[in-house]
Design a protein around this ligand. Structure first.
Ligand SMILES: *Cc1c(COP(=O)(O)O)cnc(C)c1O
Length: 391
């Protein structure tokens, strides 16, 4: 019975008139020009397409060691209550985050991934009359979100290696682009895909120099991984800069990418605006429970950070041995210059069951971004890379 209905439904879809172009005309201008975000290839898709098994995915900066066991247990327990809506305020998790960051709970906005929070911020502050400033090679979600609302992206050239790390954000150049129409600035610290970072002094004086009509978003998606001296926790400046918004996520070091949960830290008045636009139940109950438990396992987090450090050393030693240059990264990923078309190397690696990330869309056609995996995954990747380059 059910099957029959499905077939009927399918047939109806098959006979729909082709009118896609008309719909495109109906879409708002920002959406018309949009190219969808292209995510890292899922393992299951590669295995299906290439008929292989045991593929290794080092393409989306996920934590290869997974979340804390207690987080999985908490998620499982939360399944008991799936018939209920989640707690819209995320009361317990918000309270735990408030303690962690020593902020009032009213300063915290939960999101369905930090991507959700970034989208909300854009919808609050940007219109087609407004501009957002960010750097060349910055995280791809910024241009997408800005374009979707029809606002203008003002993109500064990245450092060329003279006055700051090559490919890194040039904050002086970004400040030059700030004008009367600017409402938002995005700084990914560290940035994805480059892995470059901005030090405390430089970032603080940049924020200090911004005019009052400009909000600055410091995206700290990889905060937990960074061990560099002088790397700032921008959330410590919130009491001094009411135009500052810091975003964090449980998707990376906390290993909960599949559940979609992140958050913003801001002035309570700004959080009040975010809360107006946020969907009433934007963060599901399983994610809330798992994130809360994950916060409680600092040991697991530190073990993951340590293994990441070891894996990163292994990867860059491998690049050195192959004579390849790379962009020094403080995150759980690194961009390597393959010295040829990154897309070709990407394809050849896929055939060997290794998924990495091409970054031509970031203006880096010869680079590939590789997530630090487990020791066995890193070794398989380096082996495959060597084979591909010597073919
Ligand atoms: C992965 C990532 C995010 C967002 O991830 P969510 O899963 O939506 O929390 C945000 N910023 C940067 C720079 C990232 O790399």
């Amino acid at each position: 019975m059910l099957q029959e209905r499905l077939v009927t439904a399918n047939n109806r879809f098959t006979f729909m008139p082709a009118s896609i172009n008309n719909f495109l005309d109906l879409a708002v201008p920002g959406v018309r020009a949009l190219q969808p975000y292209s995510p890292g290839k899922p393992v299951a898709e590669l295995e299906r397409e290439y008929g292989i098994r045991n593929a290794v995915k080092l393409a989306s900066n996920e934590n290869p060691f997974g979340p804390a066991p207690l987080a999985i247990e908490a998620a499982r327990e939360a399944l008991q209550d799936l018939a209920r809506y989640p707690e819209g305020s995320g009361y317990q998790l918000t309270a735990a985050l408030a303690r962690k960051h020593q902020l009032d709970p009213a300063c915290i906005t939960l999101g369905n991934g930090s991507n959700d929070v970034l989208d909300i911020i854009v919808r609050i502050f940007l219109t087609p009359q407004h501009e957002a400033v960010f750097s060349q090679h910055a995280f791809a979600v910024y241009p997408l979100a800005v374009q979707a609302v029809g606002a203008t992206a003002s993109i500064s050239a990245a450092h060329d290696g003279e006055r700051g790390a090559a490919y890194g954000h040039d904050l002086a150049a970004m400040l030059d682009l700030v004008g009367p129409a600017t409402r938002l600035v995005f700084i990914a610290n560290p940035n994805n895909p480059t892995g470059t970072w901005v030090d405390s002094e430089t970032l603080e004086s940049f924020i200090n120099a911004l005019p009052d009509h400009v909000m600055v978003v410091v995206d700290e998606a990889y905060f937990e991984y960074v061990e560099a001296q002088g790397y700032p926790d921008a959330s410590a400046w919130l009491s001094r800069f009411p135009n500052l918004i810091v975003t964090r996520t449980f998707s990376k070091a906390y290993g909960l990418a599949g559940l979609r949960i992140g958050y913003a830290l801001s002035h309570a008045d700004v959080a009040g605006l975010l809360n107006r636009v946020r969907q009433p139940f934007n963060v599901n109950s399983v994610a809330q429970a798992a994130a809360l438990a994950a916060l409680g396992d600092e040991d697991h987090l530190q073990r993951c950070v340590q293994r990441n450090r070891e894996g990163m050393s292994r990867l860059v030693a491998g690049f050195d041995a192959l004579g390849l240059s790379y962009i020094e990264s403080v995150g759980n990923f690194v961009c390597v210059d393959t010295g040829r078309s990154g897309a070709d190397v990407y394809e050849a690696l896929l055939q060997r069951g290794i998924i990495v990330r091409p970054v031509a869309n970031y203006g880096m056609p010869n680079h590939l971004r590789v997530t630090v995996g487990r020791a066995d995954e890193n070794a398989r990747f380096l082996n495959a890379l060597e084979q591909v380059l010597h073919d």
